[in-house]
Design a protein around this ligand. Sequence first.
Ligand SMILES: Nc1ncnc2c1ncn2[C@@H]1O[C@H](COP(=O)(O)OP(=O)(O)OP(=O)(O)O)[C@@H](O)[C@H]1O
Ligand SMILES: [Mg+2]
Length: 318
Amino acid sequence: MTGYELPEVPLPEKYLPISIAGEGSRGYTYFCIPSKHATISTANEIDLKSLRAKICVVKVVASRRKDALDREVATLMAVQLQGGSLAKRIVQVLDLGGVDELAGPYYAMAPVYGKDLGAFVRSYAIQEKSVPIEFIWHVFLELFSGLAYLHSQRIIHGDLCTGNVMFDSSRQDFPGLPNVVIIDFGSYEVPTGNEEDLKEEMASDAWGAYDAVHRLTWTGYQEAELDPERDPDWANFVNGLNDMKRASGNLARGLKGWEPKDFLSRFRHIAAERRKATPPEVLEEVQGALNLKEIRKTLDEKLRAAVEWHNLQLCLEP
Ligand SMILES: Nc1ncnc2c1ncn2[C@@H]1O[C@H](COP(=O)(O)OP(=O)(O)OP(=O)(O)O)[C@@H](O)[C@H]1O
Ligand SMILES: [Mg+2]
């Protein structure tokens, strides 16, 4: 027995499923490796290191709407093809996918080894703890530069929420802290060409980003208590997030200045300075909360079981 757990949902034929990555309202995601890499001659030992490098995350669109998947992949590819450092804020497509006979529409992307922002906040909230401030400055910098870049290209996310922002401990543009990666462009609609519609959609993305960072500032489930005397920059920033939520959520009232690029330019310098001064114990704490070691260990075990099962099946085939 290999201890392999067969997935309860269909996955594309050409992939060997390893372990569930997540579920959403439109589909599900699975850590997989392409089956062709999982076939090992009996003389060889399983080489976990090279197999690990082949891991990807396959997203199956349960709604079976191929047009929705095509739009999602096209948006991701448009950002990716531009290259540059900001493309790293968006999850990378590894296989454009297609329609599998059993599973339906799918594509594959680079794995993100870590939690989404919502799950990260919940783990602090349950313990009634505050997320380290230096880490919040980091998330703000990476999330807002990613979003400002998308908007500069007139690209809308469409569902920017705490579940669609992930922290990837295995990639660190700022050493010691996880990369912030925006996932799930499944709600993206092609702009109608109407400037007002585009502005509304951008404002809705912006609201999601302000809300996500604002939630990180809470202690437990309570909004932060601020002491403007002790840390005026922090108090201005947190109050600013609140004001911007109000502004981007009330476009009809003509409130101005909500654009992420403007908020970013107001606080970018302070955020970068404060992040630079992150003490080692904060780096350790964030790494502990994301628990990369545990994720890798569990995935390694499941990867080995999946490959053993796959090769056993090949032997049993007539
Ligand atoms: N590249 C990835 N690496 C690891 N986990 C991922 C990756 N992409 C997605 N996930 C996980 O899978 C979940 C579902 O993915 P996604 O948000 O793309 O699906 P969805 O059905 O479109 O979601 P929604 O409910 O937001 O509409 C995510 O919340 C996340 O936990
Ligand atoms: Mg999602």
